[in-house]
Design a protein around this ligand. Structure first.
Ligand code: TRP
Length: 463
């Protein structure tokens, strides 16, 4: 086995060494599979649409570069060096200190994200069936809106589709890191790019597409407020799957000779590319058919089907689009599911299958609060935020991830410090990337922490 000679590997229950990614390509596809998800295809377009388009996108890109990318590099290097789950890695690098709490908050965050994420994925899976049946084939948004409402207000449909999604993800997770996650994402990621490009070509060649392009490219900064900037920052964390130890867990499966800064940069650029393509797939079509971009979380489920129904061969494109979204969501959910499983199997030494089942049950319980947010629990409303569904989204993206990211940067810059980071990020001097690492170090130490703090405080109206 390719993993047997990993000298540093931590003994793993039942096997000689840890199950890790086996090739460099596998590392990239799995990591990219985590980053690319509903964040690109559902969240990014609806947030950009609701927050004025280009100006929001620029703020989001800046946050990705100055905050998201450095946090991703930090997480990868922590994981690869310590070779443990989110909690174990931090305990190993800072014995006797409280830094492991970041990992603990990350495990909590992964449950809360999965709670609403699996519900959006549930709608996507249900829409593949609806698109095939032609049930959402109408150019009248009132009809597609009714179809969406019928799905989300039915407690049975919402729960059953969520359980189908959860069972599917649990099945792949139970297969393991290399046989499950790596093999799945290697097959799915190329398919995702191919389908997305087909849909983009259709969208940008529609008559009237130009207005959508303008919306994506022409900034109007008058729409940017403190809350908008916090939303953009939260999106940049959510998009790159950082701020809670997912990337520590994935970093622990990296190869010893993996070039971490280069890998993280490639993943970040590809992720931005997928978001840009998703924007190009959605907005030109939305404007071409005279729809509004501001419809919020339901953009993908009400506006998009109406848009597809208005174009030639629309049903085929609609099916392709929702299959593509389901693929993207799968890679991301695998990484979210893996975080608590890695902890139970690694630190607590549980059997991987038993850990998977335990997490599955936990997720079904927490997830039901999001699944029932439009039906049985619709009356439970948190002031200024919304239902349980909105609460989990807000708490994770706007608070837990930025706070986790802030502490991870402080840990890298002020605890690990230059000497260690230099050794680990150059692979003991084997890589010629000192300039880049120096820049990373200065940003992570002096720029990212105060920036995140200011955005957090102003976004939450605390000053
Ligand atoms: N990045 C994924 C997306 O854009 C979501 C995701 C997966 C995530 N793992 C995560 C977000 C960990 C935050 C933390 O859809």
């Amino acid at each position: 086995m390719a993993t047997a000679d990993r000298a540093e590997s931590v003994p793993h229950h039942g096997t000689v060494s840890r199950d890790v990614f086996t090739t460099r390509l596998g590392v990239i596809t799995a990591t990219l599979g985590s980053a690319v998800g509903l964040g690109n295809i559902w969240k990014f377009p609806y947030l950009a649409g609701a927050n004025g388009g280009a100006a929001f996108i620029i703020v989001y890109l800046l946050c990705t570069l100055v905050v998201g990318l450095p946090v991703m590099i930090t997480e990868h290097v922590i994981g690869r060096t310590a070779r443990g789950d989110a909690i174990a890695s931090l305990k190993k690098l800072a014995p006797g200190k409280s830094w492991w709490l970041i990992g603990a908050s990350g495990i909590l965050a992964s449950f809360l994200i999965m709670a609403f994420y699996t519900e959006v994925a549930a709608w996507v899976f249900a829409y593949i069936v609806k698109a095939i049946q032609g049930a959402v084939l109408s150019t009248d948004p009132a009809v597609t809106e009714a179809a969406f409402a019928e799905l989300v207000t039915s407690p049975v449909q919402s729960l059953v589709w969520q359980w189908i999604v959860l069972a599917f993800i649990a099945f792949i997770i139970a297969l393991g890191v290399s046989k499950g996650i790596e093999r799945m994402t290697k097959r799915l990621m190329p398919a995702l790019f191919a389908i997305l490009i087909i849909v983009v070509i259709r969208s940008v060649t529609l008559p009237g597409a130009a207005q959508g392009l303008e919306f994506l490219l022409k900034p109007d900064f008058s729409k940017v407020t403190g809350a908008t900037v916090l939303t953009a920052l939260g999106l940049s964390f959510f998009k790159l799957s950082v701020g809670m130890g997912t990337m520590i867990t994935y970093g622990s499966y990296f190869l010893d000779d993996q070039d971490i800064p280069a890998t993280a940069t490639r993943v970040m650029l590809s992720d931005v590319l997928v978001s840009a393509l998703a924007g190009l797939a959605v907005f030109p079509a939305v404007f071409a058919f005279g729809f509004q971009p501001e419809s919020g979380p339901s953009l993908l489920f009400i506006t998009i089907p109406a848009v597809f129904s208005s174009m030639p061969f629309g049903q085929i494109f609609m099916i392709l689009f929702f299959v593509l979204t389901a693929i993207a969501a799968t890679g991301a959910m695998l990484s979210l599911f893996e975080v608590p499983v890695a902890y139970l199997a690694g630190t607590l030494n549980w059997d991987r299958k038993k850990a998977t089942v335990a997490v599955l049950i936990g997720l079904a319980v927490v997830g039901s609060t999001a699944a029932l947010s439009n039906s049985l629990l619709a009356d439970v409303v948190f002031p200024g935020i919304g239902t349980f569904f909105d609460l989990w989204d807000y708490l994770t993206s706007n608070i837990l991830l930025p706070v986790g990211g802030l502490f991870l940067c402080l840990f890298a810059g002020w605890v690990l410090k230059w000497d260690k980071l230099k050794t680990w990020l150059t692979n003991n001097g084997n890589l010629d990337n000192q300039g880049i690492i120096r820049a990373f170090y200065l940003v992570v130490k002096y720029v990212t922490p105060p920036l995140v703090l200011i955005i957090l405080l102003s976004g939450l109206n605390l000053f």
